[in-house]
Write a protein that binds this ligand. Structure first.
Ligand code: SAM
Length: 306
């Protein structure tokens, strides 16, 4: 008789263990919690399915791990109210598991892409969650400092100001004017085609009419409907005139409203919250731009470890 126990997790996160039944070929499916309370330890080989490309859990982060795996690790190594630290927290699976299981947590990541993703993930999963974010620019000086230190991190962060998905895979210096993308569903039609918004971020001291014109060309060639020009430096009058000349996107779902085809937004105004991108309300609620994390239920109770 083999001692092998395969632990499986179903789509609701319930863990099962297959164990030999005694007679040849006979196996039992039992809840892991029942096995543990019966005093039988889980095998040292954990069989937790990988996240496949179509998994609902996927948030688009290349190294994302299954939540069930991090929940197992958190449960096995801490008690409720303990503090979990993940100093390389990526898309935040460990902090998600920690919060769900009633732990306190600290996550650290070097990229603004990761931090923006985690903020959204936690807000989607835990209604009314409260946490603090340190290290992201809170004012114009902070934004300028980030732009001077790292142009690409500045672009990632600036994209988060307009809820855009950063254009991640671009090669340095070869972005073709696209720093971020927003997709929105304008009309629920048979094709369900999402409309595209292109975000161009400028963190430099020199911005010009030519840059606004260039964004207009990119919007046209990419078959996008709107371009957002997000700039650290105040735009000049001629730049604003150039943007106005581009006219409006006409939304079939909101025919009474006007959505400028080219919009110039300053980082300062976005940070203050005094302006935001003027886009048609997304009928599909952001699913095209960012994947949404599933809403979580209350954490399960757990016995004390030590
Ligand atoms: C494999 S992911 C982490 C996955 C995460 N622990 C989880 O539970 O899903 C690695 C992360 O480490 C971050 N990273 C790399 N170097 C770092 C550093 N010096 N300080 C903080 N984060 C760093 C990367 O940006 C990346 O998001």
């Amino acid at each position: 008789m083999s001692n092998r126990h395969d632990v499986l997790v179903d789509e609701n996160g319930i863990e099962y263990i297959w164990t030999d039944g005694g007679k040849p070929g006979e196996r039992y499916k039992r809840l892991v919690e029942d096995v543990i309370s019966a005093g039988k330890p889980i095998d040292s080989v954990w069989n937790i399915p990988l996240l496949n490309a179509a998994s609902n859990e996927r948030l688009g982060y290349p190294t994302q791990k299954p939540l069930a795996l991090l929940e197992r690790i958190v449960k096995a190594s801490s008690n409720e109210n303990d503090v979990i630290l993940d100093p390389f927290c990526g898309c935040g699976t460990a902090v998600h598991a920690a919060h769900k299981l009633g732990r306190q947590w600290i996550g650290i990541d070097i990229t603004h892409l990761a931090i923006a993703l985690i903020e959204k993930r936690l807000k989607d999963a835990f209604k009314g969650i409260k946490f603090e974010v340190h290290g992201t620019p809170k004012d114009l000086d902070g934004a300028r400092d980030l732009a001077n230190r790292d142009k690409y991190q500045f672009q990632y962060w600036a994209c988060s100001l307009v809820n855009a998905r950063p254009a991640q895979n671009k090669k340095k210096g070869a972005d073709g004017g696209i720093d971020g993308l927003i997709f929105f569903q304008d009309q629920i039609d048979s094709e369900n085609a999402a409309k595209k918004v292109i975000v161009s971020v400028k963190g430099g001291e020199n911005v010009s009419v030519a840059m606004v014109r260039e964004l207009g060309h990119v919007v046209a060639s990419e078959k996008a409907v709107i371009g957002l020009f997000v700039t650290l430096k105040e735009p000049t009058k001629p730049m604003q005139t150039e943007a106005v000349k581009a006219g409006y996107y006409e939304s079939p779902s909101f025919p009474d409203k006007q959505f400028p085809k080219l919009q110039i937004l300053t980082v300062e105004d976005l940070l203050k919250g005094s302006v935001q991108a003027n886009l048609p309300p997304d009928l599909a609620q952001g699913v095209h731009t960012f994947k949404k994390a599933k809403k979580e239920k209350k954490a399960s109770n757990q016995g004390v470890l030590f």
